[in-house]
Design a protein around this ligand. Structure first.
Ligand code: ATP
Ligand code: MG
Length: 481
């Protein structure tokens, strides 16, 4: 029935299906009573709640067992090379025919819903990224984190939860990783154990394989969002206030140089993207990223993506190379997705020499910490300058540090907006204008707090006024709760 796509039979015996069950959580260690046990709260052992209900899970488990067998048969029976030219409907029909045949042979009866689910998963396996495909298509999922074949976590609305999706085994997981990285001309194996790539839909992909990854390959995917969160969305989500948005609009429009600082996944890129919406449409903007994530709305945008070396160690185009070249491309503004290495030198120079209004992000936990990061990056780049000179370079280049944080309840907020005002002796002087004031925690661990101005008037208020952004003095007044 599927002769065209069928390999010549080798009559291999079918292996018994392995149970693809999620690793059971280890029992909590026995509690040893101690004198101060009452004072401490019990430590939560489970990282996350299973996403699906019990019934749904059992159904999936049963389907999973059948699927494992069918996958093997499919992969053994299909002529994958011939499949490349097959159209989608033809392929779906072919897969469904093979599945029916195998189910009949094995005397397995499935209802219509399960059968179509099975066909879909088999199709994903053959053409797409197997178990990951369903998660990639699920718009509520932001991040996909794979810890070996049996454990896939997803992030929804800021919360990590374990999903009921698994790979058959490490070989299966490796096959999907290979499929992704070979599509972008990279390789991952024992000698190149980690790799960055971009999926066809724009999602950012990173994988690390054994033996460096101890319990099976580690995969992290940051899903690409077609509609990035805008300023209004972020205000509605409580990431910052309308007053802070008005201040940021003035800051971006009057071309302050801005650094968005934050930890991993804290919302740096989202914030940078939202801030860019305040840039005038007439300006020429050049963006430089490792993986193109930014989606600028302006007409005049040139996008660059740096490139790591290939398998032979050749062909690298570093962010610094892009940045140096960008300076020859007559930009009004330069946006660097993330500054983490030697490009810091050129970034600061650009900010200091006429490309004001430039923006970037750095990994740091506070504005002060962000400055130290910049200093370290400069030192690591091999620039030998007295610390005072380094600081004075930073303080004249950077005007504003916006701190993005992912708080413990999963919410993402702009926890601080800090201005750099100059130098006092050897120290860079700063003043915080807005901050998120935490006041407590609800019983279900949601953070209670509010945004407030610090009472300090912006160092740039005169500049804002001259550029037509006459912010009312009231936005600098602290909120009393
Ligand atoms: N305020 C917010 N509210 C809800 N979701 C948000 C918010 N900010 C960002 N997100 C979502 O959180 C995820 C991580 O955001 P983003 O990519 O901006 O983080 P990042 O700090 O740049 O991460 P990385 O360090 O990995 O580059 C994205 O899926 C994004 O849509
Ligand atoms: Mg980012």
């Amino acid at each position: 029935m599927f002769s065209r796509y069928k390999k010549q039979p080798e009559a291999q015996p079918v292996q018994p299906a392995e149970q693809a069950q999620a690793a059971a959580p280890k029992p909590a260690a026995e509690q040893v009573p101690s004198a101060n046990a009452v004072a401490r709260r019990p430590v939560q052992k489970k990282a996350a709640e299973p996403a699906a209900s019990d019934r749904e899970r059992k159904r999936k488990e049963r389907l999973g067992e059948i699927k494992i067998e069918l996958h093997r048969e499919l992969l053994e029976n299909l002529n994958l090379a011939a499949l490349e030219n097959a159209g989608e409907s033809e392929l779906r029909a072919e897969i469904s025919a093979i599945a029916s045949e195998v189910l009949e042979l094995k005397n397995i009866v499935l209802n219509r819903e399960d059968r179509s689910q099975l066909n879909k998963e088999l199709y994903d396996e053959v053409t797409g990224l197997g178990p990951l495909e369903a998660l990639l298509q699920d718009d509520t999922v932001n991040d996909i984190l794979v810890n070996g074949p049996q454990q896939i976590f997803v992030e929804r609305a800021g919360k990590l939860e374990i999903s009921d999706i698994t790979f058959k085994d490490e070989k299966h997981l490796m096959r999907i990783i290979d499929k992704i990285v070979s599509a972008v001309g990279r390789r991952v194996d024992e000698s190149n154990p980690y790799v960055d790539a971009r999926l066809a839909d724009g999602s950012r992909f990173n994988a690390m394989v054994p033996p460096i990854a101890v319990d099976g390959s580690l995969v992290s995917i940051r899903k690409f969002k077609k509609d990035k969160l805008g300023i209004d969305d972020l205000v509605n989500f409580g990431a910052f206030t309308e007053e802070m948005a008005a201040y940021l609009q003035a800051a971006v429009s009057t071309r302050l140089n801005i650094i968005v600082s934050g930890g991993t996944g804290s919302g740096k890129t989202t914030t940078l993207n939202a801030l860019s919406s305040f840039i005038d449409d007439a300006e020429r903007i050049l963006t430089i990223e490792d993986t193109a994530e930014l989606q600028l709305q302006q007409t005049h945008v040139g996008r660059m993506e740096s490139r790591p070396p290939n398998v032979e160690g050749k062909g690298e185009v570093s962010p610094r190379d892009c940045l140096k070249n960008a300076l020859r491309m007559r930009p009004d503004r330069i946006i660097v997705g993330e500054t983490r290495g030697a490009e810091v030198i050129d970034m600061l120079q650009a900010m200091n020499t006429g490309h004001d209004g430039s923006m970037t992000t750095i990994h740091a936990n506070s504005a002060r910490d962000g400055i130290s990061r910049l200093e370290n990056m400069i030192a690591m780049a091999g620039i030998e300058m007295p610390i005072k000179a380094v600081r004075s370079q930073i303080s004249s280049a950077v005007n504003l540090i916006v701190q993005a944080s992912r708080l413990q309840d999963g919410s993402r907020r702009m926890t601080s907006i800090t201005e750099i005002t100059g130098m006092e002796g050897d120290v860079i002087s700063m003043q915080e204008i807005f901050k998120f004031q935490r006041v407590g925690l609800t019983p279900d661990n949601k953070i209670i707090g509010h945004f407030t101005a610090t009472g300090v008037r912006s160092h740039y208020s005169e500049r804002f006024r001259l550029w037509g952004f006459d912010l009312p003095a009231s936005i600098y007044e602290p909120t009393t709760m």
